[in-house]
Design a protein around this ligand. Structure first.
Ligand SMILES: [Zn+2]
Length: 613
């Protein structure tokens, strides 16, 4: 997934009303199922359910007594049981993302979610019984070499010990989530996919979707950006009562869940899922906040480059320097594969498969989900990439980003369904690393100082969006959840106020935040789908800067170790996996190392601007 608001630039002139420069680039989901009516979908769900019931009949009440070898085998069996249902789930999600407007896609998604819950409910006892095993016995089992293969998985399950409820309670929560939290989440997607924004172009009102209107914020013409900002605000305001109700409901749903499960702070459940210590998150947030002045320093430079006295909020993504031109999807493919190939031919070979075997959906279509993501499916198949390609440099970076995920997921697939995905904190490693490889290659090839400056500014703005903006968003979420808990249902104006209060310190006096800006939290999907997701982007970006530093020092010797890190997937905690390549994220100075590299890039931009512009 890309961080919120790193969207397509789109030169006003380059805007096309058709499917964009990636017309016809659609994925082939038949690798999963033949179509939404394929009877194999239902059979897959039936197979998982029957196997789950048989497993429950045999194992229920036994988990506290079985030995290490049997426990290990039980986990293997659980993985096999869930695979058919996971395949159906992945298919339903992808089908819906590619076309949210077709009713039977939504119906299939709902059906698969409900049936998956049924399967999960059958298997719930395993985790609850294992978590309930007393500390001494669990310690002895985990120390037994017979379950070494599953040690991390079993040990990390037990970290939920203080937060799990009884089996009937867990079942009720799981089932009602489909008509509660999950339903509100989908409602948000549907509203945003259908929301149209009325942008006045050359005196004529033009209706456009979210993706397009956001892309105009990257236009060269200031009037186009100003108009896009106005239209964005107006469209959001029109739906704000419904959207704000969804937000309020989900924030309260989380408060209830946190209370029932004894999580003290709203961020705690996410930290636990991320396998990261709260202190480590706090030090990440503090290190970034302390560097906020770097953001203001950059935007002052940007105002100078744009010839403006001061920047308005809609100027933040204005293109700087030269070189803004549209690139075909084939060009994007070449650029990304070349950059990947410089680093490792093996990595390029993996990435090439996404293009050649139709694992990517890149064209613009009404009803298609906005943004971009790469989704792992089941180890026996392969991941799929969704993006909305409009042809600017930023989109090329998006291709690099999502293929980074793709390479990571494909390398980790042999770890199996349970270990192929990493926690969020390291989930963005390969994606951001891939973007950096493309950035560096473009910088190396380019000789025109104006284009180099444009590239550098683009990279900096992306890095800022990935680090500082995500930290500000995390601060916003902390304030939002705290306010909802203390004040009850929040009026929109109150949330607007919290949003501006969280963002203003980052910009200092370098960007004037308008009343429009106050409404722009309303479209950010992360707050709806995965609370406190955002800091993982900052973690990922700073980690990647550290990895690049390592690569620069070690050269090619670094490559196989990096690929091994990716192939390890989620088979151990991020800290343990990183320790294997000599990175210590617990070191308080660690984050500052990456931030210092960003400061170096700002200084480089300042000198390019002074010398070459
Ligand atoms: Zn991503």
């Amino acid at each position: 997934m890309r961080p919120p608001v790193r969207r397509a630039l789109a030169d006003a002139a380059a805007r096309t009303p058709d499917a964009g420069p990636a017309t016809g680039v659609r994925w082939d989901l038949s690798h999963l199922f033949a179509g939404p009516d394929d009877p194999a979908i239902e059979s897959a769900l039936d197979a998982s359910l029957a196997a789950a019931r048989a497993f429950a009949q045999r194992q229920r009440g036994e988990i506290a007594r079985i030995d290490a070898g049997a426990l290990c085998d039980a986990v293997d069996e659980l993985e096999r049981i869930q695979e058919p249902a996971a395949r159906a789930g992945a298919y339903a999600h992808l089908l819906f993302a590619a076309d949210t407007a077709t009713a039977r896609h939504g119906a299939l998604l709902q059906r698969v979610q409900e049936r998956s819950t049924e399967i999960r409910n059958e298997l719930l006892f395993f985790e609850l019984e294992w978590v309930a095993v007393d500390r001494d016995r669990a310690g002895a089992l985990l120390g037994d070499p017979a379950l070494a293969r599953r040690r991390h998985l079993l040990a990390s399950m037990r970290r939920y010990r203080p937060h799990v409820l009884s089996e009937p309670e867990e079942k009720i929560l799981g089932e009602t989530a489909n008509t509660g939290r999950n339903a509100f989440s989908r409602l948000f997607d549907q509203i945003m996919a259908e929301l149209m924004f009325r942008v006045v172009r050359d005196g004529e009102p033009v209706e456009m979707g979210e993706e397009e209107v956001l892309s105009l914020l990257y236009a060269e013409d200031r009037e186009v950006r100003r108009e896009a900002a106005r239209a964005l605000t107006e469209g959001l305001r029109r739906s704000s009562r419904t959207l704000a109700f969804i937000f309020n409901t989900l924030v309260q749903d989380k408060a209830i869940d946190d209370r029932l499960r004894s999580y003290a702070a709203p961020i705690d459940a996410r930290n636990l899922a991320n396998e990261i210590e709260p202190a480590s998150v706090a030090s990440l947030l503090d290190a970034c906040t302390a560097r906020y002045p770097l953001v203001a320093r950059y935007y002052r430079l940007k105002a100078k480059l744009l010839g403006l006295d001061s920047l308005a909020d809609y100027d933040r993504y204005a293109p700087v320097g030269g070189g803004a031109r549209t690139r075909t999807f084939a060009e994007a493919q070449r650029i990304v594969l070349d950059a990947y190939g410089d680093f490792s031919p093996r990595m390029a070979d993996i990435a090439r498969r996404f293009f050649e075997e139709r694992w990517i959906d890149a064209e613009l279509r009404p009803g298609k989900r906005g943004g971009a993501f790469c989704s792992s499916t089941v180890p026996a198949v392969h991941p799929y990439v969704l993006l909305n390609y409009t042809g600017n440099l930023r989109d090329v970076m998006t291709v690099a980003h999502e293929l980074g995920h793709g390479v990571h997921q494909l390398l980790a697939a042999p770890r199996g369904l349970f270990e192929q995905d990493t926690p969020l904190t390291t989930a963005e490693t390969a994606s951001v690393f891939g973007e950096m490889l493309v950035f560096r290659r473009l910088m190396r090839e380019e000789t025109d100082p104006r284009v180099r400056l444009a590239l550098l500014c683009g990279k900096l703005e992306d890095a800022f969006a990935t680090v500082f903006r995500q930290v500000a968003m995390t601060r916003f979420e902390q304030a939002l959840h705290a306010a909802r808990r203390a004040e009850g249902e929040l009026p929109i104006e109150r949330v607007n106020e919290l949003w501006v209060a969280a963002n203003r310190p980052m910009f200092g006096d370098s960007v004037a935040l308008s009343d429009d800006y106050a409404w722009w939290w309303l479209y950010i999907p992360h707050f709806v789908h995965s609370p406190f997701y955002c800091y993982a982007y900052a973690y990922g970006e700073l980690l990647v800067l550290a990895l690049l530093h390592r690569y620069d020092e070690e050269g090619d010797a670094f490559v196989p170790r990096y690929l091994e890190l990716l192939a390890a997937g989620g088979s151990d905690s991020p800290a343990a996996l990183l320790a294997r390549i000599g990175i210590d994220t617990a070191d308080p100075g660690f984050w500052d190392g990456g931030l210092a590299l960003l400061e170096g890039l700002v200084a480089q931009a300042e000198s390019l601007a002074g010398g070459g512009a």
